[in-house]
Design a protein around this ligand. Structure first.
Ligand SMILES: Cc1ncc(C[n+]2csc(CCOP(=O)(O)OP(=O)(O)O)c2C)c(N)n1
Length: 298
């Protein structure tokens, strides 16, 4: 749905796709009839019932991804792929400028990267902020991007981040949520305090259920039905739990607030008051082909 243009183009042009542990759901394929028209598909999954369920597969392999991949690599001779790589690079777009400037998602994530030196685990909720994190945070270590993926579980970030803290004591853990998803599980702040769990909470407050609002803007004539949402004062809310809170409304406040929130002992919360109608690009319309993305400024 929000995949990079060059990646989707590569899928559309590929003659072989090896899918490992994915279910080819509609957010990945777009219109199935137009998906990867040239490709033979090899589907590797632990669950036999996934194979051939959504896309026609040339070869299904049921098994543990690590075991199967190791065996596949051992069996497959190296090939020169320079021309193919160059073709994919040729489709790459410059970064979306609408992420830039002011209190943009890019600026917020750069501030978190700067204060943590990129050495943190980020747990996201579900929505636009989740897409921005996936696209813009410069992950350097495996398994440091925790998200509910295809399950799309709003409310996931805060409790999941508490779990990450328990599993990786000593790791800095940021839970990044939208104002919608945060309000679904914010009561867990009590557990955090009671159990002494250190999670840095970031709330991207755009005053909307942003990802759904974007659909309403693009495909339903801007009829914002049930997507504008009210929020409490998050800084006061955090204070009620004894948690230091910071509100960031301007880019100039970013470094200080994020730095203090990261450095203070125990849980902290930063509310980022972002542009209300910011969008995630590119976007494949529901039922559309991967070959026809909506791009920023088009
Ligand atoms: C429990 C649940 N309810 C509804 C949805 C459908 N849904 C997906 S994204 C989204 C909006 C999320 O809004 P918000 O948490 O404010 O994040 P934003 O998109 O603004 O970053 C909704 C309602 C869902 N994924 N999970």
């Amino acid at each position: 749905m929000h995949g990079e243009v060059h990646v989707n183009r590569a899928i559309q042009r590929a003659d072989l796709i090896v899918g490992i542990g994915l279910r080819f759901d509609d957010r990945v394929t777009g219109n199935l009839a137009a998906f990867a028209p040239r490709a033979q598909i090899v589907h590797i999954d632990l669950d036999r019932s996934e194979i051939g369920r959504n896309v026609r597969t040339a070869l299904g392999i049921v098994g543990d991804a690590a075991v199967v991949t190791r065996r596949l690599v051992a069996e497959t001779a190296a090939r020169d792929c320079d021309a193919w790589r160059a073709e994919i690079e040729g489709c790459r777009r410059p970064p979306d400028a609408s992420f830039r400037g002011g209190l943009s998602p890019e600026a917020i994530l750069a501030a978190i990267r700067d204060v943590t030196d990129g050495a943190c685990t980020i747990v996201t909720d579900v929505g636009q902020h989740q897409m921005w994190v996936a696209k813009l945070f410069p992950y350097r270590r495996p398994n440091t991007h925790i998200t509910s993926g295809g399950l799309g579980t709003m409310g996931f970030a805060v409790p999941a981040a508490m779990g990450v803290h328990l599993a990786r004591p000593g790791e800095v853990v940021w839970a990044i949520s939208g104002d919608g998803g945060f309000q679904m599980n914010m009561a867990e702040m009590a557990t955090m305090v009671q159990e002494g769990l250190t999670v840095k909470m970031a709330v991207f407050n755009n005053g909307y259920l942003g990802m759904v609002r974007q659909w309403q803007q693009f495909f339903h004539g801007k009829r914002y039905s049930s997507t504008p949402i009210w929020s409490p004062d998050y800084v006061k809310l955090a204070a009620a739990y004894g948690i230091p809170g910071y509100r960031v409304q301007h880019a100039s406040e970013l470094a200080d607030a994020v730095g203090q929130a990261n450095a203070a002992p125990g849980p902290t919360l930063v509310e980022f008051v972002i542009e209300q109608e910011a969008n995630v690009y590119p976007m494949i319309p529901p039922g559309g082909s991967l070959a026809e993305p909506i791009e920023a400024g088009v």
